[in-house]
Structures are given as C-alpha cells and as structure tokens.
Write a protein that binds this ligand. Structure first.
Ligand code: TA6
Length: 304
C-alpha cells in the first residue's frame, strides 16, 4: 500500500506514515512523547518521552534496504531466539540457518489498526506467513505486535499457533538502548538470578548483586520476570523495563573487537549501546500448543 493510502486508511491526528529509503516508517506523536517504527520487522526505532532523550540506539550505518534488519531499536525475535535449533523447534526448514533470531524481523508486516485509546496512541502490526517465511518456518501462525505510546511505551507480542501441532517458542524484544557509556553500566533487578555466560562457553552461575556491564558481554538470565533498571547515569536517567510473561533477560554488548564484525555498526559505537532483552530463551522457551496463543509484554519508561 502506498504512503498516501496508508495515511488515508489509518488516518489519525497522532500517526503519520512516511517513506525512508526502502522502508515504510510510522511516526507517533502525542502529549506523552514520540515514537517511530518501521513495518519491516515491526521494529520500533525511536522512543522519546516528552521532554526527554531517545531511549533507543540506532546505528548511524544501519541499512534501510528491507533486506537486513535495521541495526538498533527493538528487533522482534520470533519464533526462535538466537541460532535456529531444529531439535528444539521440531520443523525442518531448508534455509533457516540463514535467519538468526527467527523470521519476524526479516518480514514485512501489515498495519492492522491505528487507534486512540484514552490518551494513548496504539498501532497494531500483523504478520501472517507468506512463501518466503514458509521456507524457513512451515507451520501456520499469526503474530501481532501492539505498540502503545502512553505514559510509557508498551509493546505486546501475541503469537498464535494456527497449525495442527505444538511447537517450542523462544523469543525476545532485542532492545538496543542508548546509554552514555556501556562500560561499567549498572543494571538492577537480577540479584540472585541463575545465569548463563555465553562468552565463557555457557558457564552457569548465579548473579550476586547488581550487574555491572563489561564490554564485551553476553549473558542470559533465567527464570525470573521482575523489572530491570538501567542506571544510565551519564545521561542523568534510569531506564525502567517492566514485563509480563517473560522469564529471561539477555544482556549483550559486542565489545571493541566484536563490533568489528558488524558492518552496520561503527567501531566506536559499542560504548554507546547495550542490549537488555526481554525474552523467553533457553529453558524458558515454552510450548505453544496447536490453536493456542501467548503474549509477552514489555513496558519502557524513564525514572529518576
Ligand atoms: O542477543 C545477543 C545476540 O544473539 C548476540 O549473539 C549477537 O551477535 C546479537 O544478538 C546480534 O545478532 P544479529 O543477528 O542481529 O547480528
């Protein structure tokens, strides 16, 4: 659908569609702030609470070609997180190995609705499998992402299994937060939580005290669903992450060497972002029964 038709069909004083290179962007603005998304991957790329700075980081060298996910914002990882694992997932796709973090972030989603709900503005994106997706994931589904700009920014991912078999879902909001300095950044809320250190060969342990980020870092925290707080002191703010139906948190930063492997991330940018991901990963993956649905919710806001 053309930009003109989208603006006509989903006409709302707080929502505007526009083209950016190959991508359709959706801009939201109301008394609570501003947000921008693209229909490619249904990726949130910007969230600025009124009077504040952006909570999200997007790479200056990100691609907007509709082929590769935009590096930054909130990529949606579904129905698997990380590398494809046929043993866990049960399907036998031919080219799934090309698609880390699932099919959703590579797909063009449709806009299903745009609504004003009280003082919030909500956009719902919907994804149904096409031939391209079926090559990587042959089982039928419908996936919705509801994004609401209100007092906070709320994202709800609802996956429905329309096939006749059960399958395993792992998933994440793979959020790239914008921070003054990733090195030594404190993330609260994970004290006492079991964790897996991917950079230490999957070594298991239990987090003692608050997390102090190092660069690089890649850890998965399991079996807890409490809020997380990023102490972004250099920017004079705390970023608060609340969630529902998410039992894992993934903390990731590529570090000074790892960043060199990312063509769409300038080498000096690794200190400017951390991924703090609301997820269901590893043993927190769950069975999505035939005919059933599941929603995972994340709420972002800024505190003191
Ligand atoms: O969530 C952490 C992670 O899985 C890392 O292993 C990492 O390389 C990253 O996400 C980015 O993945 P991508 O496929 O977007 O390049």
């Amino acid at each position: 659908m053309s930009i003109e038709s989208l603006n006509k069909r989903f006409s709302n004083p707080h929502v505007r569609f526009r083209q950016h290179e190959a991508l359709v962007m959706v801009d939201l603005e109301n008394d609570h702030g501003q947000a921008s998304l693209t229909t490619f991957g249904a990726t949130l790329l910007s969230y600025r609470p009124r009077g504040g700075e952006d909570l999200l980081w997007v790479s200056e060298t990100a691609l907007y070609d509709g082929k590769k996910p935009v590096r930054g914002g909130v990529p949606v990882c579904w129905p698997w997180f990380g590398a494809y694992d046929p043993a866990a997932l049960g399907a036998d796709p031919s080219d799934a190995h090309k698609k880390g973090h699932g099919v959703a972030r590579y797909a063009l989603w449709d806009v299903e609705s745009v609504e004003t709900m009280g003082d919030a503005t909500q956009v719902v994106f919907v994804l149904r499998p096409d031939d391209e997706i079926r090559k990587a994931w042959p089982l039928d589904f419908v996936l919705r992402l509801k994004v609401s700009l209100g007092q906070s920014l709320e994202m709800t991912l609802v996956g429905e299994n329309l096939s006749d078999r059960d399958w395993q879902v792992s998933e994440a909001f793979h959020t790239y937060f914008s921070v003054a300095d990733a090195e030594g950044l404190v993330v609260r809320g994970l004290d006492g939580t079991p964790r897996v250190d991917k950079l230490a060969g999957g070594a298991r342990g239990v987090q003692a005290g608050e997390v102090r980020m190092s660069t690089p870092m890649e850890q998965v925290f399991l079996g807890h669903g409490g809020p997380l707080v990023i102490e972004d002191r250099g920017n004079g703010r705390e970023i608060v992450i609340e969630r529902e139906s998410s039992a894992s948190s993934v903390l990731w930063n590529p570090g000074p060497e790892g960043v060199k492997a990312f063509a769409d991330m300038p080498d000096d940018q690794y200190r400017k972002t951390v991924c703090v991901e609301v997820a269901n990963a590893l043993e927190d993956a769950y069975a999505l029964k035939a005919g059933a649905s599941h929603s995972m919710r994340m709420r972002l806001s800024v505190g003191g």
